[in-house]
Design a protein around this ligand. Structure first.
Ligand code: 5AD
Ligand code: SF4
Length: 439
């Protein structure tokens, strides 16, 4: 009989996709379970991007130790993913985990977990690993939308970011294997895929097959399959991609374009390789090709040397772009990065907090305005599940990636429906199903 595996995933969508790869790699010997109490093996897939993310995981590892490992010695606990390398020595010395595997070492998990093998740690990074032949087991999926990883790693070395160190160099996945994954998803009646990579627009295969080529080939496969992607670096957002996005109705009209800051001197210190003006030109290009598209972003408050004027520049960038959605963070120093080694983390904690609050307030206003502007419009939405608040409502998304909740009709999960928006909050649109589509 197969043993039971419980995977707990922290951090980004990439980690969700990686956990599905891990489930597949271990599937000869293990079956996924959804209750941690039943598990023979518990793997915690971790994120190292900010200190508070790491602290949360370390607390959880301690808790899992007390709950399962010390009492029932048979439960094996493993830490996998981005925290693996930095914490391997400490956690093994303190006997907090049985095994450790970094993001490029998942193929060695069966050996690391084998009682008869003495290896229990592998944090080696690869320049070629893309897990391209592994068909992920989509154990936590709603059966409608799936992630498809198309590249791994990052070569950008933004000065604050630990990702190039935890995930290694950028490498793209063979398009034939991507297509194979997608064909399986279509057969299983999935309706939406999200291409994942740290920097998807720098996808490249054999020198000339680029991200927009892949998008076009997949868009042509099946009109009923929606395509999204995350995340794009502004410096690589090409007009070619925007043209392809505009040309195919099944490519979703939403772009996540992390700005990080609105100030040129901060952008330069961050090594973002673009200016505010260049970024705004890309935003204009998005609006020119796809006036209906939504734009979301990531912003960091209180980076090294950020002055009040720099902060105001971020707020004014937000007002100019009028983002539909944003992920907003306080700067958190990560050891090993350029910023940690060469720049001073000199913005006081309370100043970071206040600036972040101001950024959040501007964004809340902007998101609300964006949603108010949708009242009266009708969108084609894909039903993803039941609303968490009420079993009488569906939870759906439009092409612009906005959540729309509406009373259940004859339709089922996985259907496309036209919904007319009647009201909203800053986070959600509310509407009702109608026959005609007007936008
Ligand atoms: N501190 C705060 N935020 C960070 N991010 C990346 N590194 C850091 C850091 N050291 C944010 C960036 C990135 C997002 C995924 O996380 O905004 O786009
Ligand atoms: Fe980090 Fe910059 Fe790479 Fe994004 S593009 S993962 S922020 S180094």
């Amino acid at each position: 009989m197969k043993k039971k595996l419980y995977i707990e995933t922290y951090g980004c969508q990439m980690n969700v996709a990686d956990s599905e790869v891990v489930a597949s790699i271990l599937s000869d010997e293990y079956v996924i379970c959804t209750d941690e109490k039943e598990a023979d093996v518990i793997l915690v897939n971790t994120c190292a991007i900010r200190e508070n993310a790491e602290q949360k995981v370390l607390k959880r590892i301690q808790e899992l130790n007390v709950l399962y490992r010390k009492k029932q010695k048979k439960v094996k606990l493993g830490l996998i993913g981005c925290m693996a390398e930095r914490f391997s020595t400490q956690l093994l010395k303190e006997d907090k985990v049985d095994i450790i595997a970094g993001p490029d070492a998942y193929r060695s998990l069966p050996i690391l977990l084998d009682e008869n093998e003495k290896d229990n740690v592998n944090t080696v990074l690869s320049t070629v690993e893309t897990y391209d032949d592994i068909i992920p087991i989509r154990y936590a999926s709603n059966g409608v939308a799936a992630f498809v990883s198309i590249m791994r790693g990052c070569n950008n070395f933004c000065s604050y970011c630990v990702v190039p160190y935890t995930r290694g160099r950028e490498r793209s996945r063979d398009p034939k294997t991507i297509m194979h994954d997608i064909e399986i998803l279509i057969e299983k009646a999935y309706k939406e895929i999200t291409f994942l990579g740290q920097n998807v627009n720098s996808y490249i295969w054999e020198n000339d097959y680029r991200f927009h080529h892949l998008m076009e080939d997949v868009a042509r496969l099946n009109q009923n399959l929606r395509i999204r992607f995350a995340t794009s670096h502004p410096k690589d957002l090409s007009d070619n991609l925007l043209k392809i996005m505009a040309a195919y109705p099944n490519i979703c009209k939403s772009i996540h374009l992390p700005a990080q800051s609105g100030s040129n001197q901060v952008l330069q210190k961050m090594n973002r390789k673009y200016t505010r003006e260049w970024y705004l030109e890309r935003v204009d290009a998005i609006k020119k090709y796809m006036p209906e598209a939504t734009i979301s972003t990531d912003l960091i408050a209180g980076f090294c040397g950020e002055t009040e004027e720099d902060h105001q520049a971020t707020l004014s960038l937000m007002q100019t772009v009028a983002y539909d959605y944003a992920f907003m963070f306080k700067y958190s120093e990560r050891s090993g990065t350029f910023a940690a080694k060469q720049l001073k983390d000199d913005v006081a904690e309370e100043v970071k907090t206040r600036r972040l609050e101001e950024i959040i307030a501007v964004q809340r206003n902007s998101s609300h305005k964006s949603n108010l502007a949708d009242i009266g419009k009708t969108f084609e939405v894909l039903i993803e599940g039941h609303s968490k608040r009420s079993a009488d409502f569906y939870f759906a998304r439009n092409s612009q990636n906005k959540v729309i909740v509406f009373p259940k009709t004859k339709h089922t999960i996985g259907d496309y429906v036209n919904v007319k928006v009647e009201s909203c909050t800053a986070a959600t649109l509310f509407g009702k199903a109608v026959e005609e589509k007007t936008i």
